[in-house]
Design a protein around this ligand. Structure first.
Ligand code: ADP
Ligand code: ZN
Ligand code: ZN
Length: 801
């Protein structure tokens, strides 16, 4: 075997194939499939993945592999197969698919360097090289070096470009910093420090609060300070520094009290039996575990995993990024201890890499993680679990645009093992499949110990306005909060502000302006004062009076958490509030800290966005308030009603999970909307039927498949023209039953100075689609490479902006 088939790290369509390379003698014994190598490619040296080893090539004059980047393969053969499948399925490059499976730390980084090949350089170049033989390309750029001139010099052989591949893996050593004195002593020093030494004081304060070791890098970056400040503290002997050979272990086992299997309830027993069967008989089966919030789905997961581990096999558990809270980690670590690796995006690249290596070395049997954990390099998978399967964060919005659910089912098929999709509010797609028998439905319709679902009160905010209450709190909600404050119980207030709030609504009667053809809220465009449908292109003037009631209070909609916090402080000054949103949780660990504070009852009200909607479980929370239920409802997205239903159900599930009964107050301008109504009654089945009907009428998934093509370019006319042409080509080459909508401006019409247009394909069966789109993409390849054109193809899109 002296020939390797390699995919190179050049994401472009001409290079999206396998290249043959000769394996030099000294590497023949050590090279393995799935390793990364460095190969010559044109004038440069780049990274590549070895996909096959063979002794035959149809090409002559092969180049030699330069070196190996890995000692052990980073991709298993199964993952290589998966990567090929993924790239075909999502129309992305092989190399992008393989990269997506690996932790950040293994992604190769290139440094370009310029090498002087002659003494006779043009004057400006001589000046920049300043007598050196090598300079960084970035230096050339930063000194305003002229690119065209450089290109000429390269052509004439005066300068060469070298590509240096750098591996970013960082498992060698790490500099750690630790307190060198007792906190009390540090406090004394701190008190004596002059107030000008602000940065020093800040660092010192960190160690008063956290005397334990922290990596130098993390310390400096989290306090945005330089090494010199730190050095002064080290020199004074207040802190000490040491090197550590690392497995960073962000989830220390001793932090997690061990738990044992609970005796299952009857409904849990019923749900788990078919799963155990599938595990025992090694059959691939997709289960949809539809269980109301608090029904004990997690215990079913845990015991299923236990039976998999007992068989000597491995388990992957996916939870949405925002639900991967310390509480969630505790449940898995508590049961399986050091057999669990956690892959969470809040970990540093190094920490993630260490967790990943535990999987690679088979030192763990369970992985709990967000979307990309689906690629965990296990080789003896026994179960894959996707919790909250309806979450859209399981769809990756970058290349490769995969959905973790599809990957899970594909891998489950390879390993003949069960896949469990769990949710209180499954997607319409999944539930429809379960109804057709493609998935096996497992239902848990009652909460543990028959605890009641919290009662839901819908408050019509139009009535509040009419009664002269212009605040964002209804009288009902205010009263209920006051009552909880008196009883020393806690409150969760939820404000949804995902996406953006550009729908237009009448404050008086709740009327929302919809597209007459698509049943979707029109989007307000500030610059033109127009309302537009981004699906079909329909557009109309923004009215000055409500078309329904003639009131002049019609306007677009939106508010932020900070405003809400201010409002609470004004009307309920005695309430202690913790605000949790992207702003207050930016710093590492702050999420955990805020939740701990709330759990310790250091605050009465937890106010937040999406990130508090799920996974949280506080015994003392008896009231959940939803401030504006409508803000999701009118997003320009055919899934708006579904998302609203899901969110309201999830949020309501946060209340009354333990002995104290819970109550939910939902404020809305459209209490009559079926998604609000049915969520308040916890009636998923009815919602499913109703929503399926709408989808059928307007031809949306699951009745059809969608493909969204988004074209963007700095020049608006160019973007529009290309989109129009693509639409024409699609109409010509796809079947006549397929419906092609567009071209129309995207709802986000301009991002980063690029104009965006889109076209949507709605189809039932379109076996040629991939090929046709591939052709279109290669037709525009030149424009894409040289002319700043971008064409994004999203098969089964979840984000329609
Ligand atoms: P879900 O994930 O369906 O929302 P959870 O798994 O959070 O529900 O379960 C709700 C509560 O019931 C949790 O506090 C959990 O510890 C408890 N629980 C689950 N199963 C059992 C059981 N078999 N016996 C006793 N308590 C249980
Ligand atoms: Zn429309
Ligand atoms: Zn009105």
């Amino acid at each position: 075997m002296n020939i390797a088939k390699v995919v190179v790290d050049v994401p472009a369509s001409q290079t999206n194939r396998i290249f043959d390379y000769l394996i030099p003698d000294q590497l023949v014994d050590s090279i393995e499939i799935g390793m990364r190598v460095i190969v010559p490619f044109g004038p440069r040296k780049i990274m590549g993945f070895v996909l096959e080893l063979t002794d035959h090539s149809d090409f002559s004059a092969l180049k030699e592999i330069e070196e190996l980047m890995d000692v052990t393969p980073v991709l298993t053969e199964e993952l290589i197969d998966l990567g090929k499948w993924l790239s075909e399925k999502t129309l992305s490059f092989y190399v992008s698919a393989f990269q997506a499976m690996l932790p950040q730390a293994l992604k190769a980084k290139y440094n370009k360097e310029l090498q002087r090949m002659s003494d006779q350089l043009p004057e400006t170049l001589t000046h920049i090289f300043a007598g050196r033989d090598f300079i960084d390309y970035s230096e050339y750029v930063s000194r305003n070096g002229n690119i065209a001139q450089l290109q000429r010099a390269i052509k004439e052989g005066l300068v060469e470009v070298n590509y240096i591949v750098q591996s970013k893996e960082t498992f060698k050593q790490m500099t750690m910093i630790q307190a060198n004195k007792e906190p009390i002593e540090l406090e004394e020093v701190y008190a004596d420090m002059p107030s000008q030494a602000k940065k020093q004081k800040q660092l010192l304060y960190h160690f008063i609060e956290h005397p334990e070791a922290i990596s130098k890098k993390e310390l400096l970056s989290s306090h945005s300070t330089g090494a010199s400040t730190l050095k002064q503290l080290l020199n004074r002997g207040l802190l000490k520094q040491f090197k550590q050979e690392l497995y960073r272990n962000p989830y220390k086992e001793d932090k997690y009290p061990q738990t044992t299997a609970l005796t299952l309830s009857d409904q849990q027993q019923q749900a788990i039996t078919p799963i155990h069967e599938s595990v025992n008989e090694d059959t691939h089966e997709v289960f949809l575990l539809h269980g109301v919030t608090g029904s004990g789905k997690t215990e079913v997961y845990l015991q299923s995993i236990q039976s998999v581990i007992d068989k000597g096999k491995e388990a992957i558990v996916l939870v949405p990024e925002i639900a991967l809270t310390p509480q969630m980690v505790q449940r898995f670590k508590g049961r399986f201890g050091s057999r669990v690796a956690v892959l969470h995006s809040a970990l540093s690249a190094g920490e993630k890499f260490d967790e990943w290596r535990k999987v690679q070395r088979k030192q763990v049997q369970v992985v709990v993680g967000a979307r990309s954990a689906i690629f965990a390099p296990f080789e003896n998978l026994g179960i894959i679990i996707i919790d909250e399967e309806h979450e859209t964060s399981y769809k990756q919005e970058d290349h490769p645009r995969y959905h973790a659910r599809d990957v899970a089912i594909y891998r489950g098929g390879k390993y003949n093992c069960p896949v469990i999709l769990g949710s209180a509010t499954p997607t319409l797609e999944s539930f429809a499949r379960a109804q057709k028998g493609v998935y096996q439905l497992l239902s848990m319709s009652e909460r543990m110990n028959k605890a009641a679902m919290p009662t839901v009160k819908l408050v019509d905010m139009r009535d509040e306005l009419h009664a002269g209450n212009r605040s964002m709190f209804s009288r009902q909600l205010k009263e209920d909060i006051e009552e909880r404050l008196k009883r020393k119980e806690q409150i969760v207030l939820f404000l949804n502000r995902r996406g953006y709030s550009t729908f237009v609504m009448c404050r008086d009667c709740g009327y929302v302006i919809n597209c007459p053809h698509c049943d979707i809220a029109l989007t307000y465009h500030r610059n033109t004062e127009n309302l537009k449908c981004h699906y079909c292109g329909h557009d109309e003037k923004m009215p000055s009076l409500c078309p329904s009631c003639q009131s002049d209070t019609i306007r677009f909609f939106g508010t932020g958490t900070q405003k809400v916090e201010e409002a609470i402080t004004k009307i309920l000054p005695e309430a202690r509030v913790i605000r949790m949103d992207v702003d207050t949780t930016r710093r590492k660990g702050s999420h955990e800290k805020l939740l701990d504070k709330f759990a310790n009852h250091e605050a009465d009200i937890l106010l937040g966005t999406q990130m508090i909607a799920k996974g949280l479980d506080f015994a003392n929370v008896t009231l959940v308030g939803v401030l504006a239920a409508d803000s999701l409802l009118h997003l320009p997205d055919f899934r708006a009603a579904e998302k609203t239903f899901q969110l309201l159900t999830q949020v309501s599930g946060r209340a009354g999970r333990h002995s104290l009964p819970g109550e939910v107050v939902i404020q809305t301008y459209t209490p009559e909307h079926y998604s609000v109504q049915l969520a308040s009654q916890y009636d998923f089945e009815q919602f499913f039927l109703k929503e399926m009907h709408t989808r059928k009428t307007f031809q949306y998934p699951p009745y059809v498949f969608l493909t969204l093509i988004t074209v963007s370019h700095p020049n608006q006319i160019k973007a529009a023209k290309v989109t129009k042409k693509i639409t024409q080509l699609l109409r010509k080459y796809l079947s006549s039953q397929t419906n092609i909508l567009g071209p129309t401006p995207s709802p986000l019409t301009r991002i980063k100075d690029r104009y965006r247009y889109q076209c949507m394909v709605k189809y039932k069966k379109e076996p040629n689609q991939q090929k046709v789109i591939q052709k279109i993409l290669s037709f525009y390849e030149d424009d894409i490479k040289k002319n700043q054109l971008m064409i994004n193809v999203d098969l089964q899109p979840y984000q329609l902006m």
